[in-house]
Structures are given as structure tokens and as C-alpha cells.
Design a protein around this ligand. Structure first.
Ligand code: G3H
Ligand code: ZN
Length: 305
């Protein structure tokens, strides 16, 4: 099916207390692994490309590969710009066919973040494309950040309500304790802060830096409004493991497909397990729409009610 926007699937996630996975891809095998998982789990999926992926694969290639993958998919697929760096980049990606956008103004002064985000929303809303933006900062693990720094960068619930009011965004990326590019799932999210944000805002919330978050904390956060969960580092780890396993099995191999197929399947298995954890598995109806999950999901989360 053709690409869809992320709007309907995130609204269904908000209503159904599940989350849609947003998986970063840099090459064909990662794209195929992600889409294969979505088909097998009958789950909606957001395929996202970052600045790094655009620099690596090229915007044309990246967009064309995702469009083909979506055409061949049996589930709704959105193509999202991850951590969009400017108004201009958002315009270029919209024109290229992206069906979901993000502006990351978290490093800018608040008023500048508001102004540029609002301008992008005004532009994208002309063609019904949703925009995500970030308030507070989800820091980088490479900067060896401290607990205090992570806490100081967290999203302010009151400012979140005003930011949404003034920009008109469709989803808000919040800083509630995750850190980008952690190589082990050790972080606990600040659920009390998430509850405080949820009490002030009623749009889908986005979790960045999820590779470093404990799964129990992710599941709890979904209960309190996290509807989109970004996953990148974990997929890169699975991809590299496939190559290393291939090399270990046959160092003399000269056919890259023999190793890359292991990478693709490794990525697929990570994505499948995340879709089950997030509760998006089985939410695509025969008419292709996304509906809240069946009862088993809620039962599983019973202890969180
Ligand atoms: O925007 C992408 C994500 O925030 C990915 O974070 O590499 O820690 O999973 P991660
Ligand atoms: Zn991120």
C-alpha cells in the first residue's frame, strides 16, 4: 500500500494504550528487515531516516527504497524525517514524499524553537502532513552525561502545554530520562514527570533514545501517553552482529549476501520483539486501518492500572 501519514496510527495508539515503533534505517537490508517484521506482526510501522542516513544513502535512494517497501507491504507504513535540522530540510523532505516530519529545535532558545516549529507546521499542514517537535533535550551517551545533566534537560510540563498551543504540532518528543545511543538497556524513565506532562497535554508523546531504556519502563510509559518509540542503536547492533556471525562461520566467504541476510534477519527479530512489547502487533484491520489492540494486551498490563 502507498505510504500513509503517522497521524491516524498515532491517534489509534493514544486511544488504545499501545505504541508504534519508529525504526531508523540506513540501508536496504535494514528497511527490508523492518518491513518484513511489520508484515509478520500485522503492525503499523514508522520508517525513519536521520540526517546521518540521508548523508549516507542520499535522500533520493532512501526515499525510493522506503516507497517500494511500503508498496509491497500489507500494513500501513509512514516515512518520517528524524531529528530534522531546519525549515529547509523539512521542505525538501516533504517534497521528496515524506509523510511525517520532525524539527529538532531542542538545542535552540525556546522562542526560536517555537518560531521555526510553528513555521514548519504551517507549511506541512497545507498538505496534511503531521509534525513532531522536541522540548527539553534527549542527550547523547557519547557526551558521557551525568544523572544531574539528564534531569536538568527534562521537559517542563507547563512549558509543554504552551509549546503545543503555540506551534500546533501533532506529537511531542519528551525528555523523561532516556539518552541517545546507549548500548545497553539500563535507563529507567521518570514516569511521574511523564504523568505530569500527560496531565497537561493530550497529543501523542514520543520517546527517543529507547535502545537504552529498560523494557519494563517502556511498557509503563506507554500507559501514560508514549505513542511513538524511536529505535536505532539496537537495530545497528543486530545488523553488525549478523556480519560478525557470518564472518565467524566462514571467514573465506566472498558473497556479501551470505552475511547481510543474517543482518537483515537479525534486524527483523529485534523489530518483531519490540512490536509485541509496544502492543502494536495485530492492530491492523483487514481494511488496513489501525485499531486499538485486543483485550490480551490490556490484561498483560493489568498490574499498571
Ligand atoms: O531518533 C532516534 C532515536 O532517538 C534512537 O535512539 O539509538 O538510542 O535507540 P537510540
Ligand atoms: Zn532521537
Amino acid at each position: 500500500m502507498p505510504l500513509v501519514t503517522s497521524k491516524a496510527m498515532l491517534e489509534a495508539a493514544l486511544a488504545g494504550h499501545f505504541a508504534v515503533g519508529a525504526f531508523n534505517a540506513n540501508n536496504m537490508e535494514q528497511i527490508q528487515g523492518i518491513i518484513d517484521a511489520a508484515n509478520e506482526e500485522n503492525s503499523p510501522v514508522i520508517l525513519q531516516v536521520s540526517q546521518g542516513a540521508i548523508d549516507y544513502a542520499g535522500l533520493g535512494f532512501a526515499t525510493a527504497m522506503v516507497k517500494v517497501a511500503a508498496e509491497e507491504a500489507s500494513v500501513p507504513v509512514a516515512l518520517h524525517l528524524d531529528h530534522g535540522a531546519s525549515f529547509e530540510q523539512n521542505v525538501i523532505c516533504l517534497r521528496a514524499g515524506f509523510t511525517s516530519l520532525m524539527f529538532d529545535g531542542s538545542k535552540l532558545p525556546y522562542e526560536e524553537n517555537v518560531a521555526i516549529t510553528a513555521k514548519i507546521v504551517e507549511m506541512a499542514s497545507v498538505v496534511g502532513i503531521p509534525v513532531e517537535a522536541e522540548l527539553g533535550k534527549v542527550l547523547q551517551s557519547r557526551d558521557k552525561v551525568t544523572e544531574e545533566q539528564v534531569r536538568a534537560a527534562m521537559t517542563d510540563p507547563d512549558q509543554a502545554a504552551e509549546f503545543i498551543e503555540r506551534t500546533g504540532i501533532s506529537s511531542l518528543a519528551v525528555a523523561i530520562g532516556s539518552v541517545h545511543a546507549m548500548e545497553a538497556a539500563e535507563a529507567e524513565l521518570d514516569i511521574d514527570r511523564l504523568k505530569a506532562i500527560r496531565a497537561k497535554v493530550n497529543i501523542p508523546l514520543v520517546l527517543h533514545g529507547s535502545s537504552g531504556v529498560k523494557e519494563s519502563s517502556e511498557v509503563e510509559a506507554i500507559q501514560y501517553g508514549i505513542c511513538k518509540i524511536n529505535v536505532a542503536t539496537m537495530l545497528n547492533q543486530a545488523f553488525i552482529k549478523g556480519i560478525l556471525d557470518g564472518y565467524a562461520a566462514n571467514p573465506k566467504n566472498i558473497d556479501p549476501r551470505k552475511w547481510l541476510v543474517l543482518s537483515r534477519d537479525g534486524v527483523k527479530e529485534v523489530v518483531r520483539s519490540k512490536m509485541r512489547l509496544f502492543g502494536s502487533s495485530g492492530t491492523v484491520t483487514s481494511s488496513g486501518f489501525v485499531s486499538p489492540p485486543t483485550s490480551h494486551r490490556t490484561a498483560e498490563l493489568g498490574h499498571l492500572e
